[in-house]
Ligand binder design. Structure first.
Ligand code: GLN
Length: 484
């Protein structure tokens, strides 16, 4: 059963010609169809996938291969794909065919991967449960009555259900790490600037980063190496080499100092989640790491700070969806003003509208100083907390989310309860740092628990190495939900 193998193993099997890309792609496409009830995909590209698998097979038979030749993957539907529908989970873009590929899409295709389809997501990546999607909620393969997390819920459910061996996600406040935690995966939000945002539909530009959702740190490293790198089309892109990132994961943890923020281990966290995280920390100690208590005193301000800055940037980014240039256009309008108003009223869902209202308010004259500017000051304090903490430790660890996957519908009526899911993740985006979630066991109901590892700026190599070492001595990352 090829879907049981990791992405790295499949890459090797393809190279050794133990399996063809056509067989492998067919197998995964069949699984995507069979587990359609999860609603993990918005678009499945059967024909193009089979055609590119055949091309990959030709190349492999000539002994030519790139880092991912013939490996099927999926992209979150926030990445523009030329000639393929890109909806961003919204009615606004339900018919949008992008005229170009995002850099991430281009690079992963250049590495030889085969695109199977585009995954479901919260509308414009706003959400923590994948329930704001115009295309309906995604179900968590570990328990279909639970959410997969969000906003990259479709990618997470697809990888967890073994519908693809790896997928892309984006993370503005936790949207790779929290679904990774809820679905038992390894998910990395890279440092800001590591992965190009070109062609990635913008939510909050100073926070958004694309990254991999995979089963292991090794697989995540391989995907990161293929997607990252300087891109002149993204002015915030940085030149940091990732060429060897998957080849340097064998690190020794002796002497590694892991910082534990007291703020991340308080009684707001589900006790079983804390137990699983503490058990994982004990494994790190056995491997030679030491644990140090640290403080991130401003992290409590993370939620209010993020939920001013992210909506402010979103309100500006989403102004381009005006019914004229992109997406949905209202049929009811009789003049230009109505065209704008009706198109936006009909095209956007409730959560997106809420963010646009909050963001526009926070940026308006008279309120700018009180909200937006203050939030930017707090953002600086949060970043300084991390810098200070890293004088005492090499990486920071804690739970990824305060609980395991919650029930479908459980938090949809209470936006603040939903926002509180990001409490341990969004400060990392505010500071531009890399964050990784790894599975560290199951809770009492058999749902995965995730632990977050936070690194220093551009220190993804160490972060992935630490996770890889943990995964060499534990097997939580190999667990599949029952029936998959
Ligand atoms: N849950 C957060 C939000 O709704 C984060 C989303 C994300 O990272 N894209 O904004």
């Amino acid at each position: 059963m090829p879907h049981r193998h990791s992405l790295t193993t499949l890459r090797d099997m393809l190279r050794q010609r133990e399996i063809s890309s056509s067989e492998l792609t067919r197998h995964f496409l069949d699984r995507i169809a069979r587990y359609d009830d999860l609603n993990a995909f918005i678009t499945v590209e059967e024909e193009t996938a089979m055609a590119s698998a055949q091309q990959a097979d030709k190349r492999l038979s000539n002994g030519e291969h790139g880092p991912l030749t013939g490996v099927p993957i999926a992209h979150k539907d926030i990445f523009c794909t030329r000639d393929i529908l890109t909806t961003c989970g919204s009615k606004m873009l339900r018919n949008f065919i992008a005229p170009y590929d995002a850099t991430v899409v281009e690079r992963l295709a250049g590495a030889g991967s085969v695109l199977t389809g585009k995954t479901n997501m919260d509308e414009f990546a706003m959400g923590s449960s994948n329930e704001t999607s115009y295309f309906g909620p995604v179900r968590n393969p570990w328990n279909r009555e639970r959410v997969p997390g969000g906003s990259s819920g479709g990618s997470a459910a697809a990888v967890a259900a073994r519908l693809v061996p790896g997928a892309t996600g984006t993370d503005t406040g936790g949207s790779i790490r929290q679904p990774a935690a809820f679905c038992g995966l390894t998910g990395l939000k890279p440092s800001y600037g590591r992965v190009s945002r070109y062609g990635m539909i913008a939510f909050a530009s100073s926070l958004d980063q694309g990254g991999p959702l995979a089963r292991s740190a090794m697989d995540a490293a391989l995907l990161l190496k293929c997607m990252a790198g300087f891109d002149r089309r993204d002015s915030t892109s940085m030149a940091h080499d990732t060429a060897d990132i998957d080849g340097t994961l064998d690190i020794n943890l002796r002497g590694l100092r892991i910082g534990l923020p007291t703020e991340f281990f308080d009684d707001s966290v589900n006790p079983t989640v804390l137990t699983r995280v503490r058990e994982a920390l004990a494994v790190f100690e056995e491997l030679g790491a030491s644990l140090v208590d640290i403080a991130l005193p401003n992290s409590r301000a993370g939620i209010p700070c993020y939920y001013v800055i992210a909506p402010a940037e979103a309100s500006s980014n989403l102004s381009r969806f005006d019914g004229v240039r992109f997406g949905h256009r209202s049929e009811q309008a009789t003049n230009l003003q109505e065209l704008y108003e009706y198109s936006r009223a009909e095209g956007f869902g409730e959560e997106v509208k809420r963010r646009i209202l909050i963001g526009t308010y926070a940026l308006s004259a008279g309120y700018y100083d009180a909200y937006y500017l203050k939030a930017q000051r707090i953002r600086r304090l949060i970043a300084q907390d991390f810098s200070k903490a890293f004088e005492q430790c090499d990486i920071i660890a804690g739970p990824t989310a305060p609980s395991s996957a919650f029930g479908l519908g459980e938090k949809t009526q209470d936006p603040v309860a939903m926002y509180l899911n990001d409490i341990f993740t969004n400060t990392v985006n505010l500071a531009g740092l890399p964050g990784l979630s790894i599975p560290t066991g199951l809770d009492d109901s058999g749902l995965p628990v995730g632990m977050q590892l936070i690194g220093q700026f551009m220190d993804e190599g160490r972060l992935l190495g630490v996770a890889h070492r943990f995964q060499q001595v534990t097997d939580w990352h190999q667990r599949a939900p029952e029936g998959f």
